[in-house]
Design a protein around this ligand. Sequence first.
Ligand code: MN
Length: 149
Amino acid sequence: MAKILVIEDNAANMKLASLLLNNAGHYVLSAIDAETGLTLARSRQPDLILMDIQLPGIDGLAATALLKQDPLTASIPVIALTAMAMKADQEKSQIAGCDAYIAKPLRYRELYRAIDILLLKEKTPRVWLASISEQTPASEKAPSSEKAP
Ligand code: MN
């Protein structure tokens, strides 16, 4: 069981994330904007943060950058959640300091896997876990060099 902070402004997405996390035995803290989330992260020291990228006011990328600059919160793994599985969003998430990236809608296997890996690797240097995503755009798949029989 871990203490997980979810920062998400959409009520339906928050409900789903909370349900999935509760079902996995985690304790959930929630914030509907980055300012509240940053305050909770400092005061409650969650084991992990699920960060929506599109938030009113400070967005999820800026909020992650702030978390990673603050010694009180820098070591907390952040999983970026975004509506679009775009390469550009993935790269921006990485630059902002997110530890992993998953696309919404949330799929429980992908979510649980990302959480398990990050909680296990908590004490190791930050690793980029883009491979968690099961989705690979067709254009990025390596062309096959094998000839058909
Ligand atoms: Mn949002």
